[in-house]
Every structure is written in structure tokens, then in C-alpha cells.
Design a protein around this ligand. Sequence first.
Ligand code: GLU
Length: 289
Amino acid sequence: MITRFAPSPTGPLHLGHAFSAILAHDLAQASEGRFLLRIEDIDHTRAKPEWEALIYEDLHWLGLTWEEPAIRQSDRTDAYMQALEDLWDRGLLYPCHCNRKDIQEAISAPQEGVIPVYGPDGIVYPGTCAVRLDRPGPKATLPSGVPLRLDMSAATANTTNLSFTETGASPARQSGIIPVSNQYLRAAVGDIVLSRKDFLGSYHLSVVLDDALQGVTDVIRGQDLFEATKIHVLLQNLLGLPTPIYHHHRLIRDESGKRLAKRDDARAIRQYRADGFSPKDIRAIVGLA
Ligand code: GLU
């Protein structure tokens, strides 16, 4: 078994991250498997070296060990580029020139008659650029500095019976098969961005390529990414990559039931450390023995 923890260095780790990391670490350890760390710093506009340093510090303090060196997405742009070129050559990507405002306007224009749909990747793109007549054919070279969207209709034209295995929390780990229908991908996900204007690739693209590179067999992540996993299953299928087993764990919430976010500094691990809590206390707070 190979598990991983894949934080983005865009803020301090909080209790939710600790829970995820400990689960993945303990699960690998219990089965004499491997636990890996991946720094998801693909978005260099938000990632900061000081947050990355704090990730290592917090995880060490929690008593977790991982195989060194941890991989960093900022070192993987060649692989992302190759995958984008592959999808581009197959006619599955198109450049999109819409900004947020254009998209809002397109979906709220009464003559469009489109009801906005919110999926795992946010608002479903209304397809403005997809229908432009100047859309380049597969022979053109991959454009840079412009967002590239996946043509979801074309991407799902030949896929059937996509699914993934979801396991329960250990030790029971009963599993079930979660289907990923083309209908869902087209209607609720739509033409997602696979490469951004300011950086090559996207969370969805990099995460599937990196999990495959690292041979991850079991992805342990929060319930908030359950729907995003369906996008990952499609991308794995398109790129010929294996689909790991998934466990989407419960989310750690504050007293009012709100999911913790990076800005909740009060729940930051570094704050607990400064306040004299022990790693054992953290395990107890998140409900782990
Ligand atoms: N990097 C993502 C985050 O910090 C999680 C990645 C994943 O588990 O796929 O939310």
C-alpha cells in the first residue's frame, strides 16, 4: 500500500490536515506500506516557501515520517506539459479567453436561457469559447499563457462505465463502487480548466499525474473532494493512468459545524504547538486514538 499526504503550501496546516495526514500515515504503517509527501505548490501565485517549511515542521512534530525527498509540483511542469500536449493533439482541449465576469454575464444573460449549474469545479462553463469558429484544430501547437479547457463532450465520447472504489475508514474498510457517469461529467462538471493562464496545468491534472508517478494505491483525502475525484477518474482514463482506491474521510469542523479553512489560524497546528498541546492531544481532538 502506498498512501500520501498532499498539502498546498498556501497557509498553515490545521486540524483537518493533521487528521488527513495521520490517517494516511497510520494506514500505510499498519499494512507495512509506504507513506509519501507531496508539496502541491503548482499555483506559484499562492504558494510560499515559509508555508512549505512550516508543513515539514508541523508533520515532524506530529511524529510522522515520510520517504525523502518529498516531490514538489513546481518540479513537474515537464510532465504536465506532456499530458497537455497529448490531450491537445487529440483535440480534447481548447483555449478560453473568458474571465470570471464574462462567464457570469454569459450565464445570467436572459436570452441564453441557461440555468447556472455549480459542480465540483465551481460554476459549469457555459461554453462560450467552445463554439467559437476560430477554434484551432489538433494540428496547431499548444498555446501558452491562455487557459485551456477540456472539451467534456469529446472527452466522454468514448468512455463507458467509469467508476472508482471507495473504502470505509480503517479498520473495517468495507468498500463500494462509485459510478462516474458521462451524464454527470457533462452536466455537472462541464468544460473544466486543465491549464491556467499563470501556470501550466491545474490541480486536477497535476494530482492524477503525480499520484500515478508516485504509484499511490490509496488516496486518503477529505469528503470535500469526493466529487472532484470523479474528474480525476475521467482524467486517469483519458491519460491511461491507474485509478487508486479512495477513502474520503469526514471533515473536521469548528463548534458551529463549519469546515476548517486555512484562514482559521486558531485551529492551526502551530498554534496548538505554541499553546503547549502534545501530538497525542491533537490525535484525541480529531477523534483518533
Ligand atoms: N492539495 C490539496 C489540498 O491541500 C489536496 C490534494 C488531494 O488530496 O488530492 O487541499
